[in-house]
Design a binder for this molecule. Structure first.
Ligand SMILES: [Zn+2]
Length: 212
């Protein structure tokens, strides 16, 4: 616990090697995908990948590495833009020649569901998302991208176009051996409530957001 910075004191080479648990067909609102289940070490190292197209084609696959957000993805919370980003990503991937949506159980930027709710309570008292995480003893962003990088390699996607606004995610994937040949912005339309949250992400976490 208590990592105060997103850039230093990163754990080294701790991620397990992902093994394929299952593969099935998954028809969605955004078209038909293959769903892969991957397991590493422990419950934090589980992920699903929605895959379509030829990942070794001429155009690098369009990839979204999405961290689980129960309140946003499932319960349609407007505190954040997670569900809107998820839907935009699936739409863009379904329109690309090939792509992957990697869905990771890193709830609350890695701090877990209950701690995320504690952080919401602090935010209701006036803190922003970064101050709340830090006052609970967590880094503003505690996510690690070594495990997802290993899954991308396993799928044969070592050269990708990444749907992201987060420069730290690009840096971490690259240092884990994935070549990000292009960053594709992942910016859905703003809701009134998520604007303040996104302003904090831009100001304090260096996210690349236009018109926020
Ligand atoms: Zn969210």
């Amino acid at each position: 616990m208590a990592k105060k910075s997103t850039t230093n004191k990163r754990k080294h080479s701790s991620a397990g090697s992902p093994s394929l648990a299952a593969k099935a067909v998954l028809p969605t609102k955004f078209g038909k995908f293959a769903i892969y289940g991957f397991e590493g070490r422990g419950p934090q190292e589980e992920a699903v990948a929605l895959v379509r197209g030829n990942l070794q084609g001429r155009v690098a696959p369009l990839v979204r590495v999405h961290s689980q957000c129960l309140t946003g993805d499932v319960l349609t919370s407007q505190r954040c833009d997670c569900r809107a980003q998820l839907e935009l990503s699936l739409k863009k991937i379904s329109e690309a020649p090939s792509g992957i949506l990697l869905y990771l159980p890193q709830e609350g930027r890695g701090i877990g569901l209950m701690n995320k709710l504690r952080a919401y309570e602090l935010q209701d008292g006036g803190m922003d998302t970064v101050e709340a995480n830090e006052s609970l003893g967590f880094a503003a962003d505690a996510r690690e991208y070594e495990f997802p990088a290993k899954i991308l390699k396993k799928l044969g996607a070592t050269r990708i176009r990444l749907l992201s606004n987060n420069p730290d995610k690009i840096k971490q994937l690259e240092s884990a051996g994935i070549r990000v040949v292009e960053r594709v912005p992942c910016q859905p339309r703003l809701s009134k409530i998520s604007r303040a949250y996104l302003q904090t992400k831009k100001r304090k976490m260096g996210h690349l957001l236009e018109g926020v």
